[in-house]
Design a protein around this ligand. Structure first.
Ligand SMILES: Cc1cc2nc3c(=O)[nH]c(=O)nc-3n(C[C@H](O)[C@H](O)[C@H](O)COP(=O)(O)OP(=O)(O)OC[C@H]3O[C@@H](n4cnc5c(N)ncnc54)[C@H](O)[C@@H]3O)c2cc1C
Length: 316
């Protein structure tokens, strides 16, 4: 491979790791082609960074809307089983054994949690016949956070070129993103995306390697003292975009009338991502409203393409 071919290869490998959470060589061709079509068929990209944590950005507003509409948020209770009466969904059985009756319901669970329910509950198993524990192999993350004693960069975000022996892909300096940290010393967050062996490494080892990789973009960190560290091991950030997964993605409606499914992994036409999760929620809201005799339309279409790619798409 020549230098430019190699650079293109590393660019795509890094891009797919950051966008599809899997090294390029293991990605599904269908998933790669969709990302490729969206990347080359659109322009005017920009990154948005919320100034507060996502839970603070989204949850209070959603909570308010649910309560204003007469609903309740029960954060301490889990769904344990699905109740079925006369061949249709009748409600959810909660972990305490209580039955929450409803005309329609949405399981907005990760695929492994749904498979776990299906193992113990024949109603869920027959509504989702494909649900098995190995459904949608997970892409794990290890996120390392470093609190430093000084500011080491003015960048908000950077991504490293993929190399198989490396740990982290993307880095953030939260002090340049979060309003409550502004003006203080750097707080570095990094993600090791789909590096399964990282889950077995000790925190001290992960911190040391993260510090080394940080120097590549923020050489001022060499003199910085690390005041505090935290390592999060996340077994499933999103499903892996491996071959076969695209065709497994279930539609919103299950085979049990009145029971629906939502989540980034369902069939939304979008890559496994927050956008996909949001669209799946909107599709589920439409399905529930149809089931109870209303007609709500809130789901936005997946983004289209413009220019040559849109023209070629019409002829394909
Ligand atoms: C570190 C990290 C960084 C990420 N960065 C990005 C990014 O930059 N861009 C992006 O687009 N995506 C990113 N993602 C992925 C993004 O977070 C997911 O795509 C999104 O959260 C999926 O939403 P969801 O509603 O499908 O599932 P989840 O957010 O996983 O929600 C499922 C919920 O179901 C609950 N649950 C499980 N079992 C039960 C049960 N029996 N009863 C009741 N509730 C149950 C769980 O507690 C959980 O709250 C990132 C993920 C991680 C971990």
């Amino acid at each position: 491979m020549g230098v430019s071919e190699r650079s293109i290869h590393w660019f795509w490998t890094s891009a797919m790791l950051a966008l599809l959470n899997l090294p390029l060589a293991r990605c599904s061709a269908a998933s790669v082609m969709r990302v490729f079509r969206l990347l080359v068929g659109r322009s005017g990209y920009c990154f948005g960074f919320p100034r507060i944590a996502l839970a603070d950005l989204f949850v209070p507003g959603c909570h308010r809307m649910v309560e204003q509409a007469g609903g309740q948020l029960r954060l301490e209770e889990q769904v344990h089983a699905v109740a079925v009466e006369q061949g249709r969904f009748a409600g959810f059985v909660l972990s305490g054994g209580r039955l929450l009756r409803a005309r329609a319901g949405v399981l907005a669970l990760p695929p492994q949690a749904l498979a776990h329910l299906a193992r113990d509950d024949p109603a869920v198993a027959s509504a989702f016949p494909a649900a098995r524990p190995d459904w949608f192999a997970p892409s794990p993350y290890v996120s390392t956070l470093l609190w430093l004693d000084r500011k080491v960069t003015s960048d908000r975000f950077w991504a490293r070129v993929y190399a198989p022996q490396d740990l982290n892909t993307d880095f953030y300096d939260l002090v340049n993103i979060r309003g409550d940290l502004a003006g203080g010393p750097s707080v570095i967050a990094s993600n090791a995306i789909h590096v399964p062996e990282a889950h077995r490494l000790e925190d001290a080892h992960l911190v040391q390697r993260t510090r080394r990789e940080l120097l590549q973009f923020a050489p001022r960190a060499r003199k910085a003292r690390v005041l505090h560290t935290r390592v999060h091991r996340i077994p499933m950030a999103v499903p892996c975009a491996v071959p076969g997964n695209e065709s497994l993605r279930p539609p919103t409606a299950s085979s049990l009338p009145g029971l629906f499914v939502a989540g980034d992994w369902t069939d939304t036409g979008l890559p496994f991502s927050m956008e996909s999760a949001a669209r799946s929620g909107a599709l589920a809201a439409e399905a529930v409203s149809d089931a109870v005799g209303r007609s709500l339309r809130v789901a936005l279409e997946p983004p289209g393409t413009t220019g040559l790619i849109a023209w070629l798409g019409k002829r394909a």
